[in-house]
Design a protein around this ligand. Structure first.
Ligand code: PMV
Length: 309
């Protein structure tokens, strides 16, 4: 018997980084998935289409998630875990969170544990902390629950009921980066300019609340303005760079209403919104200049798991 789980990628629309310091952020699950298969074995082993070898980066966090689950539920940890992913790594699209969430759900399914989503989030965070240092939990929450949500640490996520499809544009700069280093960089800015940082955190939080209203109303032009504003705020704390600024400018020049870096920045991806059916031509324009770009229809479901015999 094997247990299988699939979890979606995510894109943060507004509020990343400041969410670590208490701001509201707006995030959405997007239609790229990680699939994890788990079977019983004679020892614990992890293989992936992304990494290999006993010291591979994703291996230890998955093993620690399993160890933490086994501590609570005492099951046999001699398992074989196989990971395959459609999510580019180090791209700010939740590749690690999606992997940890799917691994948690698959291991739970194999051991007939019916975990509450909050437990899946909690266990997946064991691996996320190891990879990112001090994550807010937004990635694990979105990859587990799916949909679109306002998230702030310590508050229950506020799910948005869109009542129809919306389309985002996602483009990867091609540059991988470390979320941990980016979070540290922002913490340094906070330490240097505490009162200014407080103002920026409040602004980012307000942007997220406003952006959620624009998204609900289907006002993509208004949402786009907020995305661009948020990109400027993120630039002031040093998480953008020339590659991301140029990619944002390119999306705007192709007709997007607004665009910004998404996730930790310093590389990774941008998210943009457009109207009037322009999404396809914007994606083609981005691809024509060599970027991996795609339309992301939202909302999409969160993690799901099942067994196959
Ligand atoms: O690792 P990424 O690029 O998906 O970014 C995570 C979002 C941050 O706000 C930068 C960190 C966090 O945990 O909230």
């Amino acid at each position: 018997m094997r247990a299988i789980a699939e979890a979606p990628a995510k894109a943060i629309l507004t509020g990343e980084h400041f969410v670590v310091h208490g701001a509201w952020a707006l995030a959405s699950a997007i239609p790229r998935r990680v699939r994890v298969e788990v079977t019983k074995s004679d020892r614990l082993s992890v293989e992936s289409d992304r990494f290999s070898g006993p010291e591979a980066p994703g291996l230890r966090p998955i093993a620690h998630v399993i160890a933490e689950m086994a501590k609570k539920f005492s099951f046999d940890t001699r398992l074989h875990v196989s990971v395959s992913s459609e999510i580019p790594e180090g791209a700010g699209l939740g590749s690690s969170a999606s992997t940890m969430v799917a691994a948690t759900a698959a291991v739970a399914r194999l051991n007939r544990l019916s975990l509450h989503p909050s437990d899946i989030i909690r266990f997946s965070m064991v691996g996320e902390r190891e990879i990112h240092g001090n994550p807010s939990g937004i990635d694990s929450s979105v990859c587990t629950l799916g949909g679109v949500m306002l998230f702030r640490p310590g508050s229950p996520p506020r799910r948005l009921s869109l009542g129809g499809k919306r389309c985002l544009i996602v483009a990867f700069s091609g540059k991988k980066r470390s979320t941990k280093r980016q979070i540290r960089r922002v913490a340094d800015v906070k330490e240097m300019f505490p009162s200014m940082f407080e103002g920026l955190t409040e602004a980012a939080s307000e942007v997220s609340l406003m952006a959620s209203r624009r998204l609900l109303e289907g006002d993509l032009k208004g949402l786009g303005r907020l995305l661009s504003f948020n990109h400027a705020v993120l630039s002031t704390v040093g998480v953008s760079n020339q590659a991301l600024d140029s990619l944002v400018d390119l999306a705007l020049s192709l007709g997007a209403y607004g665009a910004k870096l998404t996730g930790a920045g310093g590389g990774g991806s941008i998210v943009a919104v457009a109207g009037g059916g322009k999404e396809k031509s914007i994606v083609s324009g981005l691809r024509a200049r060599g970027f991996e770009a795609f339309r992301a229809e939202i909302p999409v479901n969160g993690v799901k798991s099942w067994v196959e015999r």
